[in-house]
Design a protein around this ligand. Structure first.
Ligand SMILES: [Fe+2]
Ligand SMILES: [Fe+2]
Length: 310
C-alpha cells in the first residue's frame, strides 16, 4: 500500500457522511422558498462588503454596492466550486477501489458542490432580475479550472481549504442582527455554511493524506504554486473590482468623476480581497493546518505574498 492510498482512520470521513445526510437541503424548498430579491435590502453584510471604505458614497449608494457585491459573490463561488469539484472527483479515484466510506464522503462532497453551483447560478440570475442591465463577470469557470488544476494538488488543496473555511467566516458575518440585510441572502450564507463545514474537514483529511506522500522538494515547489494561485485569484479580483466600479458608476444615477471611480474601484478590491483571500488566510484553523505542514521559511514566503495584497 502506498502512502497515497493510506487512510489511517475512516471515522472522520464517516462523521462527514452523517453530517452531510443530517443537514442536506434543497435549493427551492429550503433556500429560495419562492422569494425574490428586494433592492430595499443589502445583499452582503457590512462586515464583508466593507462599505465603510466607500467614503464618497451615500447610504443608498452603499446599499447598491452591497447588491453588486452580492451578485459577484454568487459568480465567484460558481467559479471556484468548478475547480474544487473537479479536484474532489480526481481525489475520489485514489480511493475508488479502496475504502468505500471515503468514496462515499467524497461523492457526497462532489454532489453538494454541483448543487451549490446551481444555487449560485440561480442567485446570479435572480439578482439580475432586480438590478440594472450591464453587469459583467467575464471569467469562464472551465477555463479558470483548467489553469488551477494545472498546479500541484497540494496547492489546490491548500487554496480549497482556505476557501471552504472562509465560507464559515462569511456565515458568521451574515448572522449579524442587521435588519437591512436580505433574508434570502442570509439564507444563502446559512445553507451554504451547513454543507461547507463537512467540506473543510474533508479538505483537511485529503490535504494531510496527499502531503504525507510528498518529498520536501515537491512540497517546496507546491508552496510556490499556492502563492501563484493566490496571485491568480487576486488577478480575477482586480479585474472584477474594475468591472463592478464601472457598473456602479454607470448605474448609480449621478455623474461620477474619474478620480471617484478609482476610489470606488479600490473599495471593491479591498472588499474582494477580504472576502476571497484574507478572511480565509487569517482563519485560525487554516493557519494551524498549514503551519503543521510547512517550514518557517515557507510560511514567511506565503505571508510575504499575502502582505502585498492590500
Ligand atoms: Fe459550496
Ligand atoms: Fe464546498
Amino acid at each position: 500500500m502506498t502512502a497515497m492510498n493510506k487512510v489511517p482512520d475512516n471515522s472522520r470521513y464517516a462523521h462527514c457522511i452523517e453530517s452531510s445526510k443530517r443537514v442536506r437541503w434543497d435549493i427551492d424548498e429550503d433556500v429560495i422558498r419562492g422569494r425574490r430579491f428586494d433592492t430595499a435590502h443589502k445583499f452582503l453584510p457590512d462586515g464583508l462588503s466593507l462599505t465603510d471604505g466607500f467614503t464618497t458614497l451615500s447610504s443608498d449608494e452603499r446599499r447598491f454596492v452591497s447588491q453588486i457585491q452580492g451578485r459577484t459573490y454568487a459568480n465567484i463561488f460558481g467559479l471556484v466550486e468548478r475547480f474544487i469539484n473537479a479536484k474532489v472527483l480526481e481525489l475520489s479515484r485514489d480511493h475508488a477501489l479502496g475504502d468505500q466510506v471515503v468514496v462515499e464522503a467524497l461523492v457526497r462532497f462532489s454532489d453538494e458542490e454541483l448543487k451549490h453551483q446551481t444555487l449560485f447560478r440561480r442567485i446570479d440570475a435572480m439578482v439580475g432580475e432586480v438590478l440594472p442591465g450591464g453587469y459583467r463577470f467575464d471569467f469562464d469557470p472551465d477555463t479558470v479550472a483548467r489553469a488551477v488544476l494545472g498546479k500541484s494538488t497540494w496547492a489546490v488543496l491548500a487554496l480549497t481549504l482556505d476557501i471552504e473555511l472562509f465560507t464559515q467566516a462569511h456565515y458568521r458575518q451574515s448572522i449579524d442582527p442587521d435588519t437591512e440585510l436580505s433574508e434570502l441572502f442570509k439564507d444563502v450564507f446559512l445553507y451554504h455554511w451547513k454543507e461547507e463545514c463537512q467540506h473543510a474537514l474533508l479538505d483537511e483529511l485529503e490535504f494531510l493524506r496527499h502531503d504525507s506522500a510528498l518529498t520536501a522538494e515537491e512540497r517546496d515547489r507546491a508552496v510556490d504554486d499556492f502563492i501563484g494561485l493566490v496571485a491568480a485569484v487576486d488577478g480575477i479580483l482586480q479585474a472584477q473590482a474594475a468591472a463592478d466600479a464601472g457598473y456602479f458608476a454607470a448605474n448609480c444615477g449621478r455623474t461620477v468623476e474619474a478620480d471617484e471611480v478609482l476610489a470606488i474601484e479600490a473599495g471593491f478590491l479591498a472588499a474582494y480581497r477580504w472576502q476571497y483571500i484574507h478572511s480565509g488566510a487569517r482563519h485560525p484553523y487554516f493557519a494551524k493546518v498549514l503551519t503543521g505542514l510547512i517550514t518557517e521559511n515557507q510560511g514567511q514566503r506565503i505571508q510575504a505574498a499575502l502582505a502585498t495584497l492590500h
